[in-house]
Design a protein around this ligand. Structure first.
Ligand code: AP5
Length: 218
């Protein structure tokens, strides 16, 4: 089993880069943010617990997240390769992930820290639009759809995420600094951290990560 993690502040490009990696590699994309948004949309018990935290830009309790991740890993993946996006987000979650992987005789191969300046993060998030039907991501300036408000892929309507209002964005960035940034030294000490400049065109960031993952042994 191979495991990589995309770590980075809101707007660093984790979802965008994951999409590029997924299309050219065997890694299955496990995004706790996407899983939570689906649960909220479906009105499941997990979604009901998570919704208020997400609207405020706060972290959802660790227990809820861990149950989601274990459930996903139990489903398996054809090539045994996983790419976590937005998980772990606390030292506690990182320890729980270590325990989950140990049970499966696996470990974390690399943690890619996607790095971009704060002003860029804010402009990316305020300009983000997502397709309501297929989930494809856009940006009003950087990655616009061919027709305003309409998804190029499926023709669905584009919407702005509820947590992409400026005041919530600022809170999410603050939560990242307080609760998630400590993971950088946690993984650096384990010798698995790779810093990647994600302020560049996305294809350059994807290519750099793929060069590293292709060299990983199974
Ligand atoms: P989550 O969905 O994980 O949000 P996030 O971490 O805040 O990250 P984002 O999805 O906002 O940003 P991203 O880095 O993926 O950027 P993107 O690629 O979209 O989590 C949402 C909420 O769920 C959390 O606040 C929390 O409440 C809860 N949650 C989730 N996981 C949790 C956990 N483990 N524990 C507890 N709670 C959890 O890019 C952003 C924009 O920039 C897009 O418009 C994109 O088109 C554009 N863009 C990206 N890269 C480029 C580029 N290179 N060039 C030009 N434009 C670019």
């Amino acid at each position: 089993m191979r495991t990589i993690i995309l770590l980075g502040a809101p707007g660093a490009g984790k979802g965008t880069i994951a999409e590029g990696i997924r299309s050219s590699s065997p890694f299955v994309h496990v995004s706790t943010g996407d899983m939570l948004r689906e649960a909220v949309k479906a009105g499941t018990p997990v979604g009901q617990k998570a919704e208020a935290f997400m609207k405020r830009g706060e972290l959802v309790p660790d227990g809820v997240i861990l149950a989601l991740v274990e459930e996903r890993l139990d489903k398996g993946s054809r090539d045994g390769a996983y790419m976590f996006d937005g998980f772990p987000r606390t030292i506690e979650q990182a320890r729980m992930l270590d325990a989950i992987l140990e049970k499966r005789a696996a470990r974390i191969d690399r943690v890619f820290l996607l790095d971009a300046p704060r002003e860029l993060l804010i402009s990316r998030l305020t300009g983000r639009r997502v397709c309501r039907k297929c989930g494809q991501g856009y940006h009003v300036v950087n990655i616009p759809p061919r027709k305003e408000g309409i998804c190029d892929v499926c023709g669905g309507d584009l919407y702005q995420r509820a947590d992409d209002q400026e005041s919530t964005i600022l809170n999410r960035l603050d939560v990242y600094t307080r609760q998630t940034e400590s993971l950088i030294s946690f993984y650096d000490k384990k010798g698995v951290l790779v810093r990647v400049d994600s302020a560049r065109p996305r294809q350059d960031t994807v290519a750099e990560i793929l060069r590293v993952t292709e060299a990983l042994t199974v």
